[in-house]
Design a binder for this molecule. Structure first.
Ligand SMILES: Nc1nc2c(ncn2[C@@H]2O[C@H](COP(=O)(O)O[C@H]3[C@@H](O)[C@H](n4cnc5c(=O)[nH]c(N)nc54)O[C@@H]3COP(=O)(O)O)[C@@H](O)[C@H]2O)c(=O)[nH]1
Length: 708
């Protein structure tokens, strides 16, 4: 509809005015004609003249009357059309005002949403906005809980409070009033008369007691289609919504959807920023807040707060061997077991990996922390059953206390971590309190790590070689390459000082690659010097297998040094075999196909599962030196060593006795028909130069106790 006169309508108005002027003019003409007739009759005195004049006058009057009637009819039409035009203009103005008011309300709500005003305030504003345009309708918004089954809240400022409260907690279903049913089916539900509608059977009395007779409800959904709540309008008399109301409510539902979706994503982001995704426990950020609050409380109450840093023992081993999914299952169960050891007011957090932290606020004495720590150790000692396997883990715990060990969250976490590290060193399954001495040790640890990183850059590593002899005829048959660190201040260091750190900090695979290249280069040199009857054993770390490019690395080392595969033996421990994965088996088989011999190191100390020997292509078993050294003390150890040698013989593979220190040990192993021997009694690890001398039949120079 237009709000201005069309050209046609304007013409009509002008035509109306013209008609009035014509009538006035006609009256004047009639008067003039009458005068003329009178005058003519008196002047001519003739009857004919009068007759003629009368006729003319009548014709003119008739014609003018006709014109006048037409003009009047035209005028009436114009008046009618003017009346209609005014009515439609009034309607248009009313509609426009309503639309403007709606838009203003909509705009205001959009602004509230973008200004991050609390959700409930926004939703109340939406209900108020709709009510102000609903002629007595009562607006309400109910929210669906995250379980998608129950009403978590009802926001309806104009509904009776008793009624709104009664809706909270109601389970939605196919016959749960208008809102519950609308959310259940994700469909608009219109009930004209609550008093007789079957959807309201269970809630009818409640609604009628509160004076509610009709209700139509529209689900509020997220962009994904997920139902978030419902928007409803109640009436106090049986009624259906009209077209205007429908249009309005569809806008309100849209806005409520945006507000709810936005609030949910913000909640989600906040949750993710403060929780660990795997276990749902608080993360470091939230833990720090909780420790800060606990410190504040302890300060006010002049009490204490304790921080327990918990690290699982053998977790890395399980993770490496069974894979990350199994590891994740263990972590979730650990979280559950920890929850059983603490009060609701305590905080359990996961910092990542297998590191958990517990904060005990407001405790009187460290005795409480010790009680909790002992309980946790007991709980985590119990076996885990993962994928039909029983696993024994355990934990180490470090404890720090406010105010003694720190007056802020960072310091308490750091000191608890230092104590935890000490607990691990003193033997697993222990708890340990922070002390100043530990602080010093932790500092040294950090220094050593940075020196180790420098050592890699500055090529401070070298290899030592320990001779290997055939026991039947004492012939030198090879050597084992052993890593050494030429420390700038501390001198030559054996792996015991630093290998664990390389492993802990993920540096072992790179150092292992260097050992492989360097060992092959040295072996190639000895070959060039005519020593073709020896083999070099090279240790492989588990991480070298897990990295996935071991076969290519070995091929590369052999090719670069023009070395045949038969000149090297690769040693690995059972840790590698624990991850009984297709890829580890494939790697071993590929190495074996290349002609490389594989030796299982430290046999007897780990799981020593016979199934490994069946699945993996092993050529040699190295009996751990702890068995060899205990043979003269315990009969059972002698029996074990005898069995391992026999096992190797029956499998058609070689056996090597490690750590031979006395002639008796050597004699015993020879008597048992063990193939090879290695140990201080036969030769300590020595430099490449000294080993070359040994190969040449010379006495190695200056081999004394400290040479490696
Ligand atoms: N992944 C890699 N592991 C390596 C590498 N180099 C060494 N290692 C492993 O470190 C562990 C300690 O090695 P090390 O301090 O060199 O000790 C070796 C010998 O010195 C020692 N040994 C040998 N004979 C005796 C003995 O008679 N008595 C005694 N007390 N110790 C002795 O044993 C170590 C060799 O053991 P093994 O490898 O099991 O044959 C050790 O586990 C090394 O494997 C490396 O480059 N990569």
């Amino acid at each position: 509809m237009k709000n201005h006169l069309s050209a046609h309508q304007a013409n009509d108005i002008i035509a109306g005015e013209r008609t009035e002027q014509q009538i006035a003019r006609l009256n004047k003409i009639i008067t003039a004609l009458m005068d003329r007739a009178e005058r003519s009759m008196s002047q001519q005195g003739s009857d004919f003249g009068l007759f003629q004049a009368t006729l003319t006058l009548e014709d003119e009057v008739e014609q003018r009357t006709q014109e006048l009637t037409e003009a009047l009819a035209e005028n009436k039409k114009i008046t009618q059309s003017l009346y209609e035009l005014t009515a439609s203009l009034k309607d248009e103005i009313r509609q426009r005002k309503r639309a403007e008011a709606l838009h203003a309300g909509q705009y205001q709500i959009q602004e509230l949403i973008t200004a991050n005003i609390p959700l409930k305030q926004v939703l109340r504003q939406i209900t108020a906005w709709i009510e102000s345009h609903s002629n007595g309708g009562i607006a309400s918004i109910v929210l669906l809980a995250s379980d998608d089954k129950t009403i978590s809240d009802c926001l309806a400022p104009s509904l009776p409070q008793e009624y709104a409260q009664a809706l909270t907690g109601v389970q939605i279903g196919p016959q749960t009033g208008s809102c519950g049913t609308a959310m259940y089916f994700n469909k608009e539900v219109t009930v004209e008369d609550i008093s007789c509608d079957p959807l309201w059977t269970n809630y009818r009395d409640l609604a009628l007691e509160n004076g509610l007779r009709a209700c139509w409800s529209t689900p509020i959904t997220a962009t994904s289609g997920q139902v978030l709540g419902s928007f409803a309008i109640y009436y106090r008399q049986p009624q259906l919504p009209d077209a205007d109301q429908r249009e309005m409510v569809s806008g309100a539902v849209h806005l409520a959807g945006i507000a709810l979706e936005r609030a949910r994503s913000e909640e989600r982001i906040h949750y993710m920023a403060h929780h660990d995704a795997l276990t749902g426990l608080p993360n470091r950020t939230q833990l720090q807040d909780r420790i800060d609050s606990a410190i504040e409380m302890a300060r006010r109450h002049t009490s204490h707060t304790a921080v327990l840093m918990i690290d699982l023992d053998r977790f890395k081993h399980v993770n490496d061997s069974l894979g990350h999914h199994a590891g994740d299952e263990i972590l979730k169960e650990v979280a559950e077991r920890l929850a059983e050891c603490v009060r609701d007011s305590d905080t359990i957090a996961r910092l990542g990996g297998d590191e958990f932290v517990i904060n005990l606020p407001d405790i009187e004495h460290d005795y409480s922390a010790s009680m909790v720590a002992s309980n946790i150790l007991q709980q985590l000692e119990k076996p885990f059953f993962i994928r039909k396997q029983q696993l024994q883990l355990g934990a180490s715990i470090g404890i720090s206390m406010y105010p003694e060990d720190g007056d802020n969250a960072d310091d308490l976490l750091r000191t608890a971590d230092t104590a935890m590290y000490a607990a691990k060193q003193t033997g697993r399954g222990q708890y340990c309190y922070f002390t100043e001495e530990l602080n010093k040790a932790a500092h040294e640890h950090i220094v050593l790590l940075s020196q180790l990183q420098q050592a890699i850059k500055n090529h401070e590593f070298c290899l030592y070689y320990q001779p290997l002899y055939r026991l039947s005829d004492d012939r030198l048959v090879g050597a084992e390459a052993l890593l050494r660190w030429q420390h700038p201040q501390r001198g030559l260091l054996a792996p015991g000082h630093f290998l664990y750190m390389l492993e802990e900090h993920g540096l072992m695979a790179d150092v292992g690659s260097w050992v492989l290249q360097q060992g092959c280069a040295q072996m190639a040199t000895w070959l060039q010097h005519g020593h073709s009857n020896i083999r070099l054993s090279i240790n492989l770390a588990a991480d070298q297998f897990y990295r996935g490019n071991l076969v290519a690395e070995v091929e590369d080392a052999l090719r670069r040094n023009k070395l045949a595969a038969e000149h090297i033996v690769l040693e690995f421990t059972e840790t590698v075999l624990l991850r009984n994965s297709e890829s580890i088996i494939a790697t071993m088989k590929a190495l074996k196909m290349m002609g490389v011999k594989m030796s299982l190191d430290d046999f007897g100390t780990g799981y020593s599962s016979l199934s490994y020997l069946h699945s993996f292509p092993v050529d040699q078993l190295k009996i751990d030196r702890s068995f060899i050294q205990a043979t003269n003390e315990k009969k059972i150890t002698l029996d074990i060593v005898t069995s391992i040698v026999r096992l190797a013989q029956s499998l058609g593979i070689q056996s090597v006795a490690e750590g031979l220190e006395t002639p008796e040990q050597k004699a015993l192993m020879k008597q048992l028909n063990c193939d090879y021997g290695q140990g201080y009694m036969l030769g300590r690890p020595m430099s490449a130069e000294n080993f070359s001398r040994l190969l040449n039949g010379d006495r190695p120079m200056a081999i004394h106790k400290n040479d490696g």
